[in-house]
Design a protein around this ligand. Structure first.
Ligand code: AMP
Length: 286
């Protein structure tokens, strides 16, 4: 396994490799956990060459967010990548990715204005720009993203389709701790008490699933019950949103009654525990 810091070196390499090898790519911000590694394993099965990028992208963090203190540990990441069969880590410097007068961006409109995009203005412009740059550098045949960030996956799928990018997007399922908490690099910020409260996101999603499966079609009622459950936890400071959307298009669902059968419903939420913001989601067939 090799770590490459130079963008030109990486691009020259993938130009050569692409001629007779299938390149699979997993973009990450590092501080890897089993969720990231599950995506690497998917790539490993389908590709000749597996690239992982580790880059905490300043462009997708808003003012006051956690860019500076985002956890970083390249030595640990390097070991995990080696053990999981990664061939190359692309580990660029922020100053190489963005010059001082950087002025070019990739933008997906509309579906980036809701959910995460509403709470974090500019976030998805940062995500789509860095992903577009990384795709151009790594030139993969496919890239693997996690369902944990369901809106991000939908946004990237849309960008790839609408801008005719020459690769496939694969979505890997969310990997959870044994108590249900979705794995996230940000979980390390949680203290012991907050960590216990962290399970409430998945518990609330499961509650919604149970209501729907029992035939309850009243979304406002379900949201109220989820809210009550979440706010009963001592360390929960805010619910940024609880949302029901059609999976893929992210069209808002306000009633289950009008939904065509077999619609895939994305139930997602963002909850603050102390100052730490956690997101989670599930997809259910109606
Ligand atoms: P990040 O390093 O947080 O930018 O995440 C990099 C990739 O890993 C994204 O495609 C995420 O959706 C994915 N990911 C993060 N957490 C998980 C998880 N618990 N299970 C599966 N994929 C995940």
């Amino acid at each position: 396994m090799k770590i490459i810091r130079s963008l030109t070196e990486a691009q020259n390499l993938t130009t050569r490799l692409r001629k007779n090898k299938i390149i699979g790519f997993v973009p990450t911000m590092g501080y890897l956990h089993k969720g990231h590694l599950s995506l690497v394993k998917i790539a490993r099965k389908k590709a000749d060459i597996v690239f992982v990028s580790i880059f905490v992208n300043p462009l997708q963090f808003g003012p006051g967010e956690d860019y500076e203190r985002y956890p970083r540990d390249i030595k640990r990441d390097e070991k995990l990548c080696r053990e999981t069969g990664v061939d190359y880590i692309l580990y660029p410097k922020a100053t190489d990715m963005y010059s001082k007068d950087h002025a070019s961006f990739a933008v997906v409109e509309n579906i980036t204005d809701i959910l995460e995009g509403k709470i974090r203005p500019g976030h998805f412009k940062g995500v789509t720009t860095v992903v577009m740059k990384l795709f151009n550098i790594v030139q993969p045949h496919f890239a693997v993203f996690g369902q944990k960030d369901a809106q991000q996956a939908a946004v990237i799928r849309k960008m790839v389709k609408e801008l005719n990018l020459n690769l496939k997007i694969i979505i890997g399922k969310t990997i959870r701790e044994s108590d249900g908490l979705a794995m996230s690099s940000r979980n390390v910020y949680l203290n012991a008490e907050q960590r216990k409260n962290g399970t409430v996101l998945y518990e609330a999603l499961c509650l919604a699933k149970d209501f729907i499966e029992e035939g309850s079609g009243d979304i406002n009622f379900i949201k109220d019950e989820m809210t009550k459950m979440i706010m009963s936890k001592l360390y929960v400071t805010n619910i940024d949103y609880i949302a029901f959307n059609e999976y893929g298009t992210l069209k808002n669902i306000d009633s289950l009654k009008k939904l065509p059968k077999k619609t895939e419903i994305l139930i997602s939420l963002a909850v603050r525990i102390g100052k730490i913001r956690l997101i989670d989601n599930i997809v259910i067939k109606y």
